[in-house]
Design a protein around this ligand. Structure first.
Ligand code: PEP
Length: 307
């Protein structure tokens, strides 16, 4: 099935080299408002200003022993140059402490959820203080499984409030957004992403964005093996950046990292990493294996594409 719904300009290897000329397609028009900088302006900071970041979301998988084994395998790779690439792994909540103790120190650890308030009578919840207490520095919020699973159904506002709570405790946030297949086919991709982001824009201050990373994860590409095409990815990322320029400010638009997530693997990461507005990945299934190291290595493709 073809998922692209527009006549987007093809992004060939040659056009990736000439990245400043890539303007994306018009499948999701940017809402009217003050003029945002041109695509050429955005591209200049790709791979330089925004340090590449690779997140691994283990979701509700692995055991304590399996985590120990995987962390041993991940330790085999050389030290990270953290000015070039950051790595953050998100184990299930019961294993946060264990993961932090067995994982190499140059990888950070994220929780996959957080309670919206402080400690108290909130059975089953985990507060920011606890996440920090076990050495974690990040939290993933707004993941499509928490937005869309009928048993969970977190709203835009609730996710924004949780993000504010996390940030106020000094945790960094991977804020996930993305459209369902139906929404894409109805031409509502940007509307949905903007609606999800707008709730956050309304809730946090401009200065908070330095600790927020956006993960654009089309729901139809998550766990399906159907990775979005490079022009689908770049088109949405570029337009998210324009939206930030319009509704927050140009500095935030330039400096906020936008990750792509959705069936990223060692086989497709290098091509996607070269896209001017892709600043890293949020990886599910492929982060459960030692070959995740190959996805981390794709930061070199990002750097090589930055002229
Ligand atoms: C995810 O869960 O955030 C994700 C992108 O999963 P996958 O890589 O398996 O598609």
């Amino acid at each position: 099935m073809a998922f692209i719904t527009s006549g987007a300009a093809a992004v060939s290897g040659a056009s990736l080299t000439a990245r400043r000329a890539f303007t994306g397609a018009a499948v999701c028009p940017v809402p009217a408002g003050p003029a945002a900088p041109t695509a050429a302006t955005w591209s200049m900071s790709a791979g330089g200003l925004r340090t590449f970041l690779v997140g691994g979301n283990w979701k509700c998988n692995l055991s304590k022993d399996a985590i120990t084994s995987l962390c041993k395998e991940l330790a085999a790779a050389p030290d990270l140059e953290t000015d070039k690439v950051e790595v953050v792994l998100a184990p299930p909540t019961p294993y946060l402490d264990h993961t932090r103790s067995v994982l190499r120190q140059d990888f950070e650890v994220a929780a996959q959820n957080i309670w919206v308030g402080g400690p108290g009578a909130f059975t089953g919840e985990t507060v920011a203080e606890m996440i920090k207490d076990v050495g974690c520095t990040w939290v993933i919020l707004g993941h499509s499984e928490r937005r869309n699973l009928p048993q969970i159904r977190e709203t835009d506002d609730f996710i924004a409030q949780k993000t504010k709570t996390a940030l106020s405790h000094g945790l960094k946030v991977m804020f996930c957004i993305g459209e369902t297949l139906q929404e894409r086919e109805e031409g509502r991709t940007l509307d949905v992403c903007v609606r999800q982001l707008h709730a956050l824009v309304e809730t946090i201050e401009a200065g908070d964005w330095k600790d927020v990373v956006i993960a654009y994860e089309p729901v139809w590409a998550i766990g399906t093996g159907k990775v979005a095409t490079p022009d689908q990815v770049e088109e949405v990322h570029e337009k998210i950046r324009h939206y930030l320029a319009k509704d927050v400010n140009e500095k935030v638009a330039q400096e906020t990292r936008i990750l792509y997530g959705g069936s990223v693997s060692p086989g497709n990461c290098n091509e996607l990493a070269q896209l001017p507005d892709v600043d890293g990945f949020l990886v599910g299934g492929a982060s459960l294996k030692a070959s995740f190291l190959e996805v981390i290595e794709s930061f070199k493709s990002d750097l090589a594409a930055t002229v």
